[in-house]
Design a binder for this molecule. Structure first.
Ligand code: SF4
Ligand code: SF4
Length: 141
């Protein structure tokens, strides 16, 4: 789906740390990154760090309208967020991981029961990556 980032409203525990820091030993995003080249990464303008309390580097964003901004590179074709480093499908990283905008934080790799996000699998297939395995859920203490 081109244009706006799809949001999976049923955000689950993995979402807060998903994408580039899912787990130290298991992180399917590190050799993927396709979603960072697929969606327009748009968010409320005040998430950028030139607004009080903002955190996303403003110089890596561009204005969409009076209330919204997006990540540079994500509103054009070919699409690629300017914060993404590396080669998609090989080895990637988010260079602003700690300060990434809300849509990146909310896009789940896995749902609560460990089921992979089907949108990830759909996107991964476009670059020849296999479907995500079931998540290795944390062991009980
Ligand atoms: S498409 Fe899914 S698996 Fe690939 S980088 Fe994005 S969140 Fe991670
Ligand atoms: S800010 Fe980071 S996680 Fe979000 S689209 Fe850009 S590279 Fe991907």
């Amino acid at each position: 789906m081109n244009g706006a980032r799809e949001r999976i409203e049923s955000a689950r525990p993995f979402t807060h740390r998903a994408r580039f820091s899912l787990m130290e030993s298991f992180n399917p995003c590190l050799d993927c990154g396709i979603c960072c080249t697929h969606f327009r990464i748009s968010f409320y303008w005040a998430e950028a760090d030139d607004a009080p309390g903002g955190f996303v580097p403003a110089h890596m964003t561009e204005k969409l309208n009076h209330t919204m901004r997006c990540m540079k590179g994500s509103n054009e074709v070919p699409r690629r967020c300017s914060a993404l480093s590396g080669e998609v499908g090989k080895q990637v990283a988010c260079t602003i991981y700690e300060n990434r905008p809300t849509p990146c934080r909310e896009f789940p790799v896995y749902f609560e029961d460990g089921t992979p996000n089907p949108k990830c699998d759909e996107l991964r297939a476009t670059i020849g990556l296999p479907p995500l395995p079931q998540a290795p859920l944390p062991r009980a203490a």
